[in-house]
Design a protein around this ligand. Structure first.
Ligand SMILES: [Zn+2]
Length: 349
């Protein structure tokens, strides 16, 4: 991966290029934006730019041929430390930051950052899922954020500023990332072989809210089947909210008993519902111009959707609120029931 093949985020690129060329790069960045838009890849490209031995950082064009570039691609560069939430955990754990048991402060990200750079240039840390750092972990990270080792660079990857503890937020420079454009997303869909047809890629991209994570969910076969079932239920009048809640709960539970995977699944389902109402509203607005980004998945339901535009907006807001509540760890079962019941009321309006 190099800057030429990286899509989007031109403003952030220009900003970082300028900061590197003028030697004004801060130490600690909070990179904020939705999932699946390339924040982590961006941070890794900055790491490549800084650590490439075939090109100076100021050139802002890592060679992608030297050993350092290859090591970064393989996640094996000794000066690049990357951590992310472990799949079976709901948060980043202390051990990842400051080491375990009697190894405390002698391993983990904060310790490794203080080691002398192997390359002689700098140490770089990328903390993915930074939204999930619990308070205890955050406290152990504060000192490192407050006094970063000289020349080190720390990237915290986050989906929401609100989800960051104020103590962390105040110690970082913020870099905001926007969803990808439909054209960029369509190119990525083709590149990653989610589709081999440019027209289909464009249609998929138009529904995916600028995120590759959404593309992956929309193209997953099992999820695709559930989504169709969900859409069928959402167009029913009256909307049978008990049936809807049961179907959603059942699908969420199908991923196992662990809290985190269930939460992730419920988030995907809420996004489907959100997309359903957004597309429905779009179809209604574009009723006269049939050629507008009309999506195959929605077209079959469009004529069944009898909501007025205010109700569309209310339904969209209700889905967004449910998603936010989920982030705040409300019990999923009661969240699903309340959400389904409210949709039933909204759809009667
Ligand atoms: Zn290189």
């Amino acid at each position: 991966m190099d800057w030429n093949s990286f899509l989007g985020h031109e403003r952030q690129r220009a900003w970082f290029r300028n900061a590197i060329q003028n030697n004004r790069l801060a130490s600690t960045f909070l990179m904020v934006g939705p999932d699946g838009i390339g924040k982590r890849t961006f941070a890794r490209l900055i790491a490549k730019t800084m650590l490439c031995t075939g090109s100076e950082p100021s050139a802002f064009a890592p060679c992608c041929r030297c050993e350092a570039c290859a090591q970064i691609d393989a996640s094996s560069h000794p000066d690049l430390i990357e951590i992310a939430r472990r799949p079976d955990k709901t948060s980043l754990i202390m051990e990842q930051l400051v080491g375990e048991g009697d190894r405390r402060m002698r391993e983990g990200l904060c310790y490794e950052l203080r080691m002398k750079p192997y390359s002689g240039r700098c140490k770089i840390a990328i903390v993915d899922d930074a939204d999930t750092i619990a308070e205890e972990g955050a406290n152990s990270l504060l000192k490192t954020l407050e006094e970063p080792p000289p020349g080190s660079l720390i990237f915290l990857i986050s989906t929401s500023v609100q989800r960051q503890l104020p103590t962390i937020r105040s110690r970082c420079q913020m870099a905001r990332f926007q969803p990808l454009t439909v054209n960029s997303l369509a190119q990525l869909i083709l590149r990653h072989a989610y589709s081999d047809n440019p027209a289909d890629a464009l249609s998929l991209a138009a529904q995916a809210s600028g995120s590759m994570s959404t593309v992956a969910n929309w193209t997953n076969e099992e999820l695709r089947m559930f989504r169709t079932e969900l859409f069928h239920q959402l167009v029913q009048r009256p909307l049978d909210f008990t049936k809807l809640a049961k179907a959603v709960q059942g699908n969420m539970e199908s991923v196992g008993t662990d809290t985190q995977p269930r939460r992730e699944r419920l988030k995907v389902i809420l996004d489907f519902a959100l997309q359903f109402y957004r597309s429905g509203m779009e179809l209604q607005l574009n009723a006269q111009s049939a050629d507008a980004s009309d999506s195959a998945a929605m077209a079959q339901f469009g004529h069944l959707m009898s909501l007025d535009s205010d109700s569309f907006v209310t339904a969209i807001q209700r889905c967004m609120a449910a998603r936010e509540h989920l982030d705040r760890m409300v019990s999923p079962a009661s969240l699903i029931e309340a959400w389904a019941a409210d949709l039933a009321v909204i759809s009667q309006a």
